[in-house]
Design a protein. Structure first.
Lengths: 344, 344
């Protein structure tokens, strides 16, 4: 970027006008968008779904290796992922930002390009927000709003004994991408002359920097007339997240290591870093895939979908939560961290 | 506070469980609240209203003189004020926080006491949120959701020529409270032994630290069958905010200085600080009173309500935006700052 426009030259209202100048409303439900005290949404005949995330520089993202456009896209996508995880359709977002004066208008504009790209991809309208100074760092708050046909939303607490456990896409890639980026950052800080070695790693880097929300899976389930018995998105890792469903549904879990979907690129990266690919999938987090349970009789409807893997089933709570390894051993599932395989 | 419990001892999920343990749902529209990927709201037959605010320590509030309970209350109230300013009724909020490890569980609990007090006062449900670390400072993001009978919401852009300009309550107090608190902070930092002189100033301090949203005014207008032609809340000061309505409605403004409601306590404080009470009302901000325009024929319905003052009227855009002083002089209204009185 060559130009640098100071944000104070525009003022708060000028800034909002600039950042929202190209908004085109995509949803008939958006009655009133940006520019008043509040937005107005019309979900007649539907229930409204709301989710919110707060992202803090240095805690949730590192601008040293995160392009602002990707960050804008990801901030929206991960929040929409929560709406899809309710079996609902996102329709609007609000986006609030706080930033220090090291941010130029051009930098903010780049961030918003990513925001608008995600809005377009997922068909949602940006309808409000707030901008302010921060004393330090970039802070992003996103609220996503969606709609769902009455009482077809899917909670975490309603899985049944015997239900199949399914995940979309593949797991572990986002964590391995983060591992690579952190490694390259460390090398760069120690030896700024060394060129980062990111070739052949675009898959895992993309998984970390530009995750997608699984709109396609929710649409597929609807088309196939499958209502998951429980669902959530995988933000903390498969272990931690299936344990949420188990705990809230008062059930146990059996997972099969060999059934956990892991991309070839992720396996290779894990081996290169000396990490266990299964551990990355279980505990890595940030994949934003959907994790859901469904009745066994729906199995035939999903078996041909390569984007859905059955990884285990729900058991009685008395059986606890376990994973059966490829070698046939049974380990207790634990919520977090690299001690995922702790023998009972 | 005697006790100090470290937040990391609970973990994120334990913390959320603790902070939300006493929630009682107040609205039939709250189908699903805290504890899943998203909340579900049912506004059948109504339109949904959404507003969001991001508050940053050191920019929007100073914890040196802001009790956490008041801050929690204010964070909710100022956001609800935006919903009322649409002529709507708030029903739910989400609340996200980021905080550094200098915050104990007891401190967060105090903040949430204020949040829940405001929720109870205004009859709204806390239905979601997010908590995380911050590298520095306390960050609060609130999204308020409300409902409105279809197409009865009131925008800023729909005032008509000849409409009366009304404000609720009184103005300038919040700014004068802030001025006092900043002055006492400065004295304290210079001479920690001097006891702060806050006696007899509870009114203006209360206006700054614990503002209320004007639910009563919106209810009164509905009861009297008055639909304002335009409305917003006064967060930046009467000058700046009436200029928003004028600009968006493509009109001019005449205000009368003598009609601007200023509490006796605010007048006395302004004189003590050597400030012009009218300037405090015009440019002070943060009063969170409602500013609305209405048809002249509705005047009889509001004349007996002591909480509503008519302060001027909307004119043709060619006449510009002016204030007539008590002395009969005409000054141009400017958006911000202490040069509010700049003679044409």
């Amino acid at each position: 970027m060559e130009e640098r426009t100071e944000i104070q030259d525009l003022g708060e209202f000028g800034l909002i006008d600039f950042l929202t100048r190209n908004i085109e409303i995509q949803n008939a439900s958006t009655i009133l968008g940006v520019g008043d005290d509040a937005a107005i949404i019309d979900h007649f005949g539907k229930q409204t779904v709301v989710s919110t995330d707060l992202l803090v520089e240095g805690v949730h993202f590192d601008l040293m290796y995160t392009p602002l456009k990707h960050l804008g896209y990801k901030s929206v996508a991960v929040n929409l992922s929560d709406i899809y995880a309710m079996n609902a359709t996102p329709t609007q977002i609000t986006m609030s930002l706080a930033f220090s004066n090291r941010f130029s208008l051009e930098a903010l504009n780049e961030f918003y390009e990513g925001v608008y790209a995600a809005c377009e991809k997922y068909g949602v309208d940006l309808v409000g927000g707030d901008t302010s100074n921060s004393l330090k760092g970039f802070i992003i708050s996103v609220t996503a709003i969606g709609e769902v046909t009455p009482d077809t939303f899917v909670k975490r607490s309603t899985a049944q004994k015997g239900d199949l456990i399914c995940v979309s896409g593949d797991l572990g890639g986002a964590f391995l991408g983060l591992t690579l980026l952190e490694r390259e950052k460390k090398i760069f800080l120690e030896s700024p002359d060394v060129k980062p070695d990111l070739e052949n790693e675009t898959y895992i880097i993309g998984r970390q920097l530009k995750p997608e929300a699984r709109k396609d899976i929710v649409e597929f389930l609807e088309q196939e007339n499958i209502t998951p018995t429980a669902m959530m998105d995988i933000s903390d890792g498969l272990s931690s997240d299936i344990l949420h469903i188990a705990k809230q549904s008062n059930l146990g879990v059996i997972l099969y290591e060999e059934k956990i979907p892991i991309a070839q690129e992720s396996r290779e990266a894990a081996l290169k870093f000396g990490l266990d690919p299964t551990a990355a999938a279980l505990s890595g987090g940030e994949d934003y895939e959907l994790l859901f349970t469904m009745k066994q009789e729906d199995y035939d409807k999903i078996v041909l979908n390569e984007q859905i893997s059955v990884v285990g089933y729900m058991t009685d709570i008395s059986e606890g939560a376990h994973i059966i390894t490829k070698g046939g051993n049974k380990f207790k599932l634990v919520a977090q961290g690299w001690n995922a395989f702790k023998q009972e």
